[in-house]
Design a protein around this ligand. Structure first.
Ligand SMILES: [Zn+2]
Ligand SMILES: [Zn+2]
Length: 259
């Protein structure tokens, strides 16, 4: 599988970091992890097949993670590229996901789910196990961020695994959930003295890495306070493993159990 970072930022507008969105290309289809406001534009900018996207994972309902969801569906409803599409788009997320679409459509007659192709909404619970794409297994974990927020662990056919924490506070159980994963895509909102418990600062993130022992870590959901700092070097002081600073446009191969 290949991870393409579309948005490594958070809710604060930033010149080089769009809000949360990640494209995952698996051997068996494409998956969008969260849909920040610029997701549709960023998919096009990275020359990804946004019209053929197979599935979307929504981690929670903060707007820096779903702000681009309705605009994407507004786009696919009318775009020439999707008028002949017949395969379904599956959208997975926490309980309340369906209500969100209903609320959009109540606000104005968008008809977001009336598309040229079927749209399947699948609400999943914490500790659920399901198939996200054919051959791509998924498991969820309730994170201490919002009442609905979920981390997801993915396992591809070839053995490649990935955990996307999305927004989370510190929880030891999250390290167990991410244990031994190939690629741990983890939020690291703040450097130190975090203003809220519902996010991670660097020491939290590196403690989770130490406990989870992933092959590699990507730190993301970066607030502007990280701009002038060598994040990877700071991380190295706290955990000796490989830490990569997410940036928009970063592409990472995570090809098999050893990759
Ligand atoms: Zn966020
Ligand atoms: Zn959030």
């Amino acid at each position: 599988m290949e991870l393409i970072v579309l948005g490594s930022g958070a809710s604060v507008p930033h010149p080089r970091r769009a809000a949360s969105a990640y494209w995952l290309e698996t051997g068996d289809g494409s998956l969008l992890l969260d849909a920040g406001a610029d997701a549709a534009h960023r998919m096009a900018q990275e020359e990804l097949d946004w019209a053929g996207l197979d599935a979307i994972w929504i981690s929670h309902f903060h707007l820096d993670h779903i702000g681009g969801l309705a605009p994407y569906l507004f786009g696919t409803k009318y775009a020439p590229q999707t008028q002949n599409r017949r395969k379904a788009l599956k959208i997975f997320g926490p309980e309340g996901l369906r209500k969100l679409f209903e609320a959009f459509d109540e606000a104005n007659d968008y008809g977001l789910l009336k598309q040229p192709f079927p749209v399947e909404i699948k609400e999943v619970a914490p500790r659920a196990e399901f198939e996200l794409l054919p051959g791509l297994r998924a498991a969820t974990f309730s994170t201490p961020h919002t009442s609905e927020s979920l981390a997801v662990r993915l396992l591809g056919k070839g053995g490649a695994s990935l955990v996307y924490t999305s927004d989370t506070g510190y929880a030891e159980a999250l390290a167990s959930f991410a244990r031994g994963v190939n690629l741990l895509v983890m939020e690291c909102s703040f450097r130190r003295d975090k203003p809220v418990q519902s996010h991670l600062e660097l020491a939290d993130a590196m403690e989770l890495a130490r406990r989870a022992e992933p092959r590699r870590v990507v730190l993301t959901h970066l607030y502007p306070e990280w701009d002038a700092i060598d994040l990877a070097a700071e991380a190295k002081k706290l955990w000796p493993g490989e830490t990569i600073e997410a940036r928009d446009g970063l592409r990472l191969k995570n090809s098999d159990a050893n990759g």
